[in-house]
Write a protein that binds this ligand. Structure first.
Ligand code: MN
Length: 196
């Protein structure tokens, strides 16, 4: 049972002008695909070959972990973006007010965290023991490895923004936060995290 690259939940050009079709063509079609291809090569013929992706992520280290986590992280990143205007649903909105004070304060913290991650990595909104937190991870690392539940992420590897923004990571982060967060997806993740 090989790991398969999930199709995007929208058209290649759906996130323009914030993220160009060219960026997505490379990011999904080349980078995300390469992690899938590499992972399948690494697990072929091993006991990981029949495991679901999440199980491989939790149990692996080294090259298998790096590729498996990057497959998972990218799918989660794509699902967390949407060209539609959405807002946090009531339970999530209340938790944001409780733990950050306001949605604007959460967005500021996400922007600051994403911008200050040194080198390649990810910024996250997570649920950690019932509390919403903003965190960052390096390279392929992700919240489930730290006992936290991921609710949303932004990719801050250079390949995520270099075609559209060159070295201006803060502009990419600001534009994504202002225009593309799929709050419906975040709300669903929050509701699921509360019941598991
Ligand atoms: Mn990426």
């Amino acid at each position: 049972m090989a790991i398969v690259l999930p199709s995007l939940p929208y058209a290649m050009n759906a996130l323009e002008p914030v993220i160009s079709a060219e960026t997505i063509e490379f990011h999904h079609g080349k980078h995300h695909q390469a992690y899938v291809t590499n992972l399948n090569k690494l697990i072929d013929g091993t006991s990981d070959a029949d495991k679901p992706l999440e199980a491989i992520v939790l149990a692996s280290e080294g090259a298998v972990f790096n590729n498996a986590a990057q497959v998972w992280n990218h799918t989660f990143y794509w699902d967390g973006l949407s060209p539609e205007v959405t807002a946090p649903e009531s339970a999530l909105a209340e938790a944001i007010a409780r733990d950050f004070g306001s949605l604007a304060a959460l967005q500021d913290q996400l922007a600051n965290t994403a911008t200050t991650q040194f080198g390649s990595g990810w910024a996250w909104l997570v649920l950690d023991a019932g509390t919403l937190k903003v965190t960052k991870t390096s390279n392929a690392d992700l919240p489930t490895k730290h006992g936290q539940t991921a609710l949303w992420t932004i990719d801050v590897w250079e390949h995520a923004y270099y075609i559209d923004y060159r070295n201006a990571r803060p502009k990419y982060v600001e534009a994504v936060l202002a225009n593309l967060v799929n709050w419906r997806f975040v709300s669903e993740n929050y509701a699921r995290a509360l019941t598991t």
